[in-house]
Design a protein. Structure first.
Length: 193
């Protein structure tokens, strides 16, 4: 698969991610969290909540650098610095343009997020528990690749709608790097099994 996305340094991104497979997975994850992140930045900006605004643009700076969108990462870094300086006037002037550049990546990232349904593996409590343990250990070790693999594996089991909804939420938390919440939810799911 040849990847060509405007504004993204593919070689640098693969190096940052550790492998082409992880990079491709990361592109899908970024696609899934884009709308939420953009909405948060816009909401905090409209509320002039500069502290939380700065946290979000810092996170987007890191995300962009990870996927090789280096110049966009620098633009988010600039917004982060303006946030730390509490320069609301400049933030309001520059944020819409930076977010539009980020939004422009969305159609290029979509193919990496839209995968067909996984094969349905019959429900197996012991295997699901073992996979949850693997995910929890990966989260504790900050091992993104293993945590994501475990979350994807969990999605392939046939289970109740309620459990599937929880596993989908868990997958999203892992993708968003919300490790503490992911671990809490994984432990909660284990208790319910």
């Amino acid at each position: 698969m040849n990847i060509n996305i405007p504004g993204i340094d593919i070689e640098k991104a693969i190096k940052n991610s550790g492998s082409k497979e992880l990079f491709i997975e990361l592109l899908g994850d970024v696609y899934k969290l884009m709308d939420d992140k953009i909405n948060l930045v816009e909401t905090y900006l409209s509320q002039e909540n500069i502290q939380n605004y700065t946290i979000e643009v810092h996170s987007l700076k890191t995300t962009c650098r990870m996927i090789g969108a280096i110049s966009l990462g620098e633009e988010f870094f600039n917004l982060e610095k303006l946030g730390k300086d509490n320069n609301i006037e400049q933030i309001k002037a520059l944020t819409p343009g930076v977010l539009n550049t980020f939004k422009a990546l969305k159609p290029y990232l979509a193919p990496f997020a839209i995968k067909g349904p996984n094969i349905n593996i019959s429900f197996d409590r012991a295997e699901i528990t073992a996979t949850l343990n693997k995910l929890i250990k990966a989260v504790d070790d900050f091992d993104l690749g293993t945590a994501e693999d475990a979350a994807k594996q969990l999605l392939s089991y046939n289970c109740t709608k309620e459990l599937y909804a929880q596993i989908t939420a868990l997958d999203k938390l892992v993708s968003n790097l919300d490790y503490d919440e992911a671990k809490e939810l994984a432990l909660e799911i284990q208790k319910q099994l």
